[in-house]
Design a protein around this ligand. Structure first.
Ligand SMILES: [Zn+2]
Ligand SMILES: [Zn+2]
Length: 262
């Protein structure tokens, strides 16, 4: 049976931010309650969240098969800053697309490729809309976490900058069948160009989170949550119970490392 959100909160990982020590029990409890609510809402939209550690590998496999059925959030990161950060990032993606479609309607061969029917002259324009969504998911963590969960501690994104497909440049990566690789600016090889473009996109994205937009997000979230809560696959223990579990208690042995080629 695949791991559930309950398995994830029962086995927290140690982290450089030292969440377990820095946050109070009330805050940790709020963090776990937020993870439960995310899980409920995703189920309410008909999405399946993979809480397994191998989730990112499985997601890449699905991507290569161009058939995304699951949402992957876990990667060995700590619960309260990273895992919750991933979940809120995902929620913003949901809000930018159709919550009920695989990958919320975003074609899986993006952002370094486009569907074959898109002419080369329109690659940049095609990718721009999805880059905008990614930028929103990148900059919206604090605003959305506060509006939905009243969480005020900093949530961490996966890296220092979002994953964008900026046409131009000469980097190419493999894309799934049905897509064409787009020569793009890579964030290692064309760092200055990439970060300048990313910064512009992220500045614009901040303006998307108006009070009215945040209310709209909360309304949609709560509606999905109510549906998902009614069909939990297992009983969720009280959040406070697991909020007290420290990474050391939960994990007497070293975590198993999952390797995959990025
Ligand atoms: Zn942490
Ligand atoms: Zn994203």
């Amino acid at each position: 049976m695949p791991a559930t959100v309950v398995d994830a909160v029962k086995t927290p990982y140690p982290c450089p931010c030292n969440c377990h020590e820095v946050l109070t029990l009330d805050q940790r409890t709020a963090g776990i309650a937020a993870l439960y609510r995310f899980d409920d809402a995703m189920r309410g939209w008909g999405q399946t969240v993979l809480w397994d550690l191998a989730a990112s590998t499985l997601w890449r496999l699905q991507q290569q098969l161009a058939d995304v059925k699951w949402v992957a959030v876990r990667d060995g990161a700590c619960l309260h800053s990273r895992l919750l950060g991933f979940c809120v990032h995902e929620l913003v993606h949901v809000m930018c697309g159709d919550p009920t479609l695989p990958n919320y309607g975003t074609p899986v061969g993006l952002p370094y490729g486009v569907p074959e029917h898109v002419p080369p002259s329109e690659e940049a324009a095609y990718l721009h809309r999805f880059n905008q969504n990614e930028a929103r998911a990148w900059v919206g963590l604090a605003a959305v976490a506060y509006r939905l969960f009243e969480i005020e501690w900093p949530l961490l994104p996966a890296r220092d900058v979002g994953t964008y497909g900026f046409a131009g440049g000469n980097a190419l990566v493999e894309v799934p069948a049905g897509y064409r690789a787009v020569p793009h600016y890579d964030h290692h090889h064309h760092a200055r160009r990439y970060y300048a473009l990313a910064q512009k996109l992220e500045e614009e994205a901040r303006g998307w989170f108006t009070p009215a937009k945040l209310d709209e997000i909360a309304t949609k979230f709560e509606a999905a949550e109510a549906i998902g809560r009614a069909s939990r696959p297992v009983t969720f223990p009280a959040p406070r119970e697991n909020g007290a579990t420290s990474p050391e208690e939960a994990r007497p042995q070293r975590p198993v490392r999952v390797r995959f080629d990025a």
